[in-house]
Design a protein around this ligand. Structure first.
Ligand SMILES: [Zn+2]
Length: 173
């Protein structure tokens, strides 16, 4: 991340630096890595390909659509997270598997292989039972951004504050 502290003060801040970006249109995406040698994709981004050991991987924006590979229902978690919630492993159409929370669907309605849409959004206060995750690092006026998955039909993206960087090249259809 090359975002300056001045930019960060007016923008959303990823829950982990560098894992996602939000464009001026308010639409966010995850940032992965693509190997130009063997075609492997990774999330989170890495610098060396574990398949062919090339060291010149490209950072690429990942698409938001995928299918549910597997999931579990979490009943005990960190005190900051309300339970129960559904944690899914989702195979994005970019051939990357990503773990994330599933929302807007009941556990007994979840089906393996269902189509899901990833949305970058502010970390909503109602998901935090008490204090912020990193209270020492999150200043006033900053929104912490993360991502969740919704069933494709239920997805409707509320705009989120930009991370201050333009999209990085390859756009997904
Ligand atoms: Zn490779």
């Amino acid at each position: 991340m090359t975002t300056t502290s001045a930019e960060m003060s007016q923008a959303g801040m990823p829950f982990v630096p560098g894992v996602l970006e939000v464009g001026p249109d308010g639409k966010g995406h995850l940032v992965g890595a693509h190997c130009p040698g063997c075609g492997a994709s990774y999330f989170p981004a890495r610098s060396v390909c574990s398949r062919c050991l090339r060291g010149d991987l490209e950072r690429v924006p990942l698409g938001s659509s995928g299918t549910l590979y597997t999931y579990t229902v979490i009943h005990q978690s960190l005190p900051q997270f309300e339970t129960p919630y559904i944690l899914g492993y989702v195979d994005l159409d970019d051939n990357v598997r990503v773990a994330g929370q599933l929302v807007d669907v009941e556990a007994d309605a979840v089906e393996l292989g269902m189509r899901l849409t990833l949305q970058v959004e502010p970390l909503a206060s109602q998901t935090l039972a008490s204090q912020p995750l990193q209270s020492g690092e999150v200043g006033e006026g900053k929104q912490v951004l993360w991502f969740r998955f919704r069933p494709e039909a239920a997805a409707s993206g509320p705009p989120v504050p930009p991370t201050g960087k333009p999209p990085t090249g390859k756009e997904q259809p």
